[in-house]
Ligand binder design. Sequence first.
Ligand SMILES: C[S@@+](CC[C@H](N)C(=O)[O-])C[C@H]1O[C@@H](n2cnc3c(N)ncnc32)[C@H](O)[C@@H]1O
Length: 239
Amino acid sequence: MSAVRSDFITDYDPLADAWWDPRGPLAPLGWIARARADFVPAVPAARHGPARLLDIACGGGLFAPHLADKGYRVFGVDLSFQSLRQARAHGYDATARADIARLPFAAESFDVVTAGQCLEHVPDPYAVLAEACRVLRPGGTLIADTIADTRAARLTAITLAENLPLPGRPPRGTHDHRLFVNRERLLATARAHGVDLRLLGLRPHLWDGLRFLAGRREDVRMVRTRSTGVLFLAVGRKR
Ligand SMILES: C[S@@+](CC[C@H](N)C(=O)[O-])C[C@H]1O[C@@H](n2cnc3c(N)ncnc32)[C@H](O)[C@@H]1O
């Protein structure tokens, strides 16, 4: 971590009370969680035995409400103890405090693995992705959303997002551009671990965003963009 900016946030415990504030510094994560859920397949009614979804770096559990009707037993892993408390209070069935680079689970033990807004927070996102692929069963679905290593992403996610005095502004030190994710390397890593990913871009719905800023909306829908050069989502099934 010595190469990252000196104010880079590694401990989310002090932010734990902000997870569920719809106008607070973590609010955009809730918007992205809703978009991510669209890619989680519902568990088929004919399935025998419980289906298991693992959300790595689950934070305060913003993803859980969007999984309620999907039929999974939901597991969450994070380093932040206080955030895991929030996740359990908001619908996660089981949580573990662990480093996502070394998941405490057997190979091929989950039907779905999600990695929301965390690959850009770790020193080796490709190793984390490989670990996510390891615990995913063949035929299972992998979903990861993160930030691309481009100038546009640096301008949007750091220069503008961290500095404009607007509601939903992430804390200074949230991102370091040196940790942003190389899309080609992400695709190659997943492919080498049995998952063919496709990428799609995401951005906030402009009108929703304006209404949010004006205090007339509590959330903002995310819409797909052709460019994956800023915020992007990767989804694929394991062979
Ligand atoms: C930006 S938040 C995203 C949280 C959640 N996935 C979401 O989208 O709302 C990043 C999360 O990654 C966690 N985190 C960062 N590095 C981690 C690591 N090596 N192992 C486990 N969790 C980590 C932080 O504690 C924090 O909760």
